[in-house]
Write a protein that binds this ligand. Structure first.
Ligand code: AR6
Length: 184
């Protein structure tokens, strides 16, 4: 599924984020940038030790929740990895929504600074961090669409969803965005 926002493309695909040859891929990191399972495990396994060496050297304090930092991508086909820290779901009254939106927004700002023409996101916070998928999908797509309308870059934003269930949630959330004026 695909939407056009100004000159930018917003795509949904099912797949593995580590296989994406985008300029940037986004890691679902933790605030210590300590590595872990899920997307984080797959990125460090696939990219090799240089990614962790770089996060330790450049970001010894880690990265706050809602923020993002960039490193190289080691052996992965992407050019760089943007480590974004989404919130842990604690029931919805702990600024989860604004922190999740901020993790996407900051990732796009960091990508623009590289600069990157294409960026691939996983579904941040919806695995180990247990953010409800439908809500997370709405926030993710709304934030990215708003950013693209405002900045007109990156040219391509691809959401790489790991399974049918995640894809369907994002496809449902994209439909109302598609019907807004600026999209077709
Ligand atoms: N490609 C695309 N999506 C994936 C992949 C993959 N290779 N692997 C998993 N997913 P998670 P979080 C999906 O847990 O919730 C780590 O331990 C997965 O099905 O990776 O933000 C970190 O170190 C889910 O829908 O990220 C943190 O401590 C989504 O990606 C913590 O987990 C996110 O799942 C971050 O948790």
């Amino acid at each position: 599924m695909q939407a056009t926002i100004g000159a930018c493309k917003l795509e949904l695909v099912i797949g593995d984020i580590t296989r994406q040859a985008a300029d940037a891929i986004v890691n679902a990191a933790n605030s210590r940038l300590a590595g872990g399972g899920g997307v984080d495990g797959a990125i460090h396994r696939g990219g090799g030790p240089s990614i962790m060496e770089e996060t330790r050297r450049h970001y010894p304090q880690g990265c706050p929740t809602g923020d993002a930092v960039a490193t190289g991508a080691g052996k992965l086909p992407a050019r760089c990895v943007i480590h974004a820290v989404g919130p842990i779901w604690k029931g919805g009254q702990n600024q989860e929504e604004s922190l999740l939106a901020s993790a996407y927004w900051r990732s796009l700002e960091v990508a623009s600074a590289q600069p990157c023409a294409s960026i691939a996101f996983p579904s941040l916070s919806t695995g180990a961090y247990a953010y409800p998928l439908q809500q997370a999908a709405r926030i993710a797509l709304h934030t990215v669409a708003t950013y693209l309308r405002l900045h007109g870059q990156p040219q391509l934003v691809r959401f790489v969803l790991f399974d049918e269930r995640a894809y369907e949630a994002y496809a449902d959330a994209l439909t109302p965005i598609l019907s807004e004026n600026h999209c077709r």
